[in-house]
Design a protein around this ligand. Structure first.
Ligand code: NAD
Ligand code: UFG
Length: 337
């Protein structure tokens, strides 16, 4: 697995993964339409590693552009991050989400098959479990009913990739179900750079800490959780990125279809996150209790045992490090890239 095509590689998780691939001396090609990222992320990855990924600006829905990349390079595997991920926007623009995330992936797989590259790692999400049938969430549980088109698009792509794998034994597919990625590279040079007002908890908190946003709204304090606020499995983006390198090894062993959680196994509440962030940053985070956000579940955390057994992977970094690294990135780059 020497030459890897990384779709969406200039984004948040992609850039941290590209960094680790370069550190492992892989030949990396990034294919991204820059719809939700900046090329500056990859410039900084080069600055940190002293190595460069080839960058191609293109859209996964563009068959010719993708075909060109496969014609010119001998690609061993694809790590497929490219996709739109804003839950609220997906409710307003379902067609855009299905076209970008579902059709885009189908197009990518078609081009891959035409060029004899049948190895893919897909960025799925814990959202495919829907409202948890049991906790911790393990891969043996049935998938549920995601509450929005974004989540549905992840589940649809999982089903499509499973069928592709069932129909043709040459395919090796790893479906990675991420829990809640946070944190940044410890250099503070790359990190999460959302457009506009963040939807997710950690970037919202860091922007309150810089003074860009006034206060955090805690969405509900009447859940059936220890302090009444929502519980999630936050995972450091560097640990998450490392999971993809392990998944490449799995693909090299010709594993066929493999579905796996990437989480820590530890759930933390919104208020745990606020307290830990305050301690790690020395900044006060003013907050108010607001109504529940529609579509949110009370608790969601992983059983990470399968990743340990089959990938030899385990999350190493705790909540304190996640908060420290997120804060270093945000305070050094208050306006992002
Ligand atoms: P991101 O938005 O930072 O990165 C996605 C990248 O894909 C961006 O650089 C964007 O420009 C690119 N892109 C989008 N549509 C494209 C297209 N049609 N053609 C080419 N490039 C395109 O998001 P991220 O947080 O790094 O997430 C990466 C992947 O992981 C996404 O598929 C996302 O759905 C999935 N995921 C993310 C989370 C999370 O909380 N961050 C959780 C679960 C799953
Ligand atoms: N929260 C707040 N206030 C905010 C933002 C979030 O109280 O301003 C709370 C939420 O209610 C939830 C927790 O913080 O209890 C985490 O919320 P996030 O939006 O950060 O994350 P979610 O778990 O809702 O969603 C994330 C990704 C989705 C993915 C899902 C499941 O954003 O893409 O995990 O994997 F589908």
């Amino acid at each position: 697995m020497n030459t890897v095509l990384v779709t969406g590689g200039s984004g948040y998780i992609g850039s941290h993964t590209v960094l680790q691939l370069l550190e492992q001396n892989k030949n990396v090609i990034v294919f991204d339409n820059l719809s939700n990222s900046s090329l500056e992320s990859l410039n900084r990855v080069s600055e940190i590693t002293g190595k460069r990924a080839e960058f191609i600006e293109g859209d996964i829905r563009d068959t010719d552009a993708l075909g060109d990349v496969f014609s010119k390079n001998d690609i061993d595997a694809v790590i497929h991050f490219a996709g739109l991920k804003a839950v609220g926007e997906s409710v307003e623009k379902p067609m855009l989400y299905y076209e970008n995330n579902v059709y885009g992936t189908l197009n990518l797989c078609n081009v891959m098959a035409q060029h004899g590259c049948k190895n893919i790692i897909f960025s799925s999400s814990a959202t495919v479990y829907g409202d948890p049938a049991a906790l911790p969430l393990h891969e043996g549980l049935p998938t549920g009913q995601p509450t929005n088109p974004y989540g549905q698009s992840k589940l649809m792509v999982e089903l499509i990739l499973k069928d592709i794998c069932n129909a043709d034994n040459d395919w090796n597919v790893v479906l990675l179900r991420y829990f809640n990625p946070v944190g940044a590279h410890p250099s503070g040079r790359i990190g999460e750079d959302p457009n506009g007002i963040p939807n997710n908890l950690m970037p919202f908190i860091t922007q309150v800490a810089t003074g860009k946003l006034k206060q955090l709204s805690v969405f509900g304090d009447d859940y059936n959780t220890p302090d009444g606020t929502g519980v999630r499995d936050y995972i450091h983006v560097e640990d998450l990125a490392n999971g993809h390198l392990k998944a490449l090894d799995k693909i090299a062993s010709k594993a066929g279809l493999f579905t796996c959680n990437l989480g820590t196994g530890q759930g933390y509440s919104v208020l745990d996150m606020v307290k830990t962030f305050e301690a790690a940053s020395g900044q006060k985070i003013p907050y108010v209790i607001a109504p529940r956000r529609s579509g949110d579940v009370a608790s969601c955390y992983a059983d990470p045992a399968l990743a340990a057994k089959e990938l030899g992977w385990k999350a190493e970094k705790g909540l304190k490090e996640m908060c420290e690294d997120s804060w270093r990135w945000q305070s050094n780059n208050p306006n992002g890239y």
